[in-house]
Design a protein around this ligand. Structure first.
Ligand code: PEP
Length: 252
């Protein structure tokens, strides 16, 4: 069955104490206000993972990382492997975020290996795709997203693919305050579901969770989530403020 999810991408924000305080506050909130079937994933910096897991007791409240290395282990100074992430109790990892693609040169091939390594280690992958503004203006946004999914994700077996969540994040909307309109989000999500159907069949497409990300906040979440192919959100800036994030979750 298709799952409703809100994932918070903390990016490179908050020291350990601040992160623990936020996680603790969210845990208390979702204990008092049960998620009833929805899932909330806190995607924290690596340093928080080992501690945050111990704080989360509210049903449906889980945690994950924002990146992993594509190798199993070895001489990769400064890197963190999927198995290390999994050993903290984390259940998910974001891969293919536009900041990783742009700032750290992560390409489709690397993301394909990272995805395989994450899945091999029991992590669910939140796989991001999305076009930059010039690509939308040039009307090639569908082609770009199709390529990112075909190259990064569609090499997976159906069984492995079913352990992935797709996040559509138009790059022009990330951290800019400009959000895709509900119609633009629905149009792309429906296109993505169509691609999944062509590759993996109707049942898998119907079960695939597709999140929207890009300046989603309390004031616009409900209208984005109201669309039939938008199954939740990947939230950056607004995930750092407890009340704002809880309000977004409640909109789902
Ligand atoms: C993100 O980084 O995944 C994101 C959606 O950021 P923001 O919500 O801040 O636009």
């Amino acid at each position: 069955m298709r799952k409703k999810i809100v994932a918070g991408n903390w990016k490179m924000n908050m020291n350990l104490n601040e992160g623990m305080a936020l996680a603790d506050g969210l845990n208390e909130y979702f204990k008092a206000n049960p998620l009833s079937g929805k899932e909330v994933i806190l995607c924290t910096p690596f340093i928080h993972l080992g501690m945050v897991g111990g704080l989360l007791t509210a049903p449906g409240l889980t945690f994950g990382a924002q990146n992993c290395n594509d190798h199993k282990s070895g001489a990769y100074t400064g890197e963190v492997s999927a198995s290390m992430i999994r050993s903290t109790g984390a259940g998910s990892v974001i891969l293919g975020h536009s900041e990783r693609r742009t700032l750290y040169g992560e390409n489709d091939e690397l993301l394909e290996s990272k995805t395989a390594e994450a899945l091999r280690n029991g992590l669910r992958v939140i796989f991001c795709c999305g076009e930059v503004f010039a690509e939308r203006e040039g009307n090639i946004h569908f082609d770009v997203v199709k390529r990112q999914l075909e190259k990064g994700l569609f090499g997976l077996s159906a069984e492995d693919f079913r352990r992935c969540v797709i996040a559509y994040e138009p790059v022009w909307a990330i951290g800019t305050g400009v959000t895709a309109s509900p119609a633009q989000a629905q149009e792309m999500h429906s296109f993505i579901r169509g691609l999944v159907e062509k590759k993996y069949g109707k049942e898998t497409a119907g079960d695939t969770t597709i999140l929207y990300g890009g300046s989603c906040k309390a004031s616009n979440a409900a209208e984005l989530f109201a669309n039939s192919d938008v199954d939740g959100g990947l939230i950056g800036g607004a995930s750092l403020v407890k009340e704002e994030f809880c309000s977004i979750v409640n909109s789902l």
